[in-house]
Write a protein that binds this ligand. Sequence first.
Ligand SMILES: [Zn+2]
Length: 85
Amino acid sequence: MFPSDENSESTESPICSAKGCRTPAVWVLAWNNPKLHTPQRRKTWLACEEHREHLSSFLDMRGFLKDVVRLTEWQDGARGSAADG
Ligand SMILES: [Zn+2]
């Protein structure tokens, strides 16, 4: 199952987005599909240590991957300014 509700605010600890994985996420993969999304838009996938590479390479292969940041940093700095690049 792929995440579809990027705006849902959960109070539980976020879980890795990889199919079938129940491990708490430690990474946020920020991506954008230029065919579907405006350039400023960021979709996010969450990943545990194990699946970070798998998920990020999946996105990178398609040219969708924009950013990989630690979940703690993402939660710290996500709200507000969008950095260039
Ligand atoms: Zn995982």
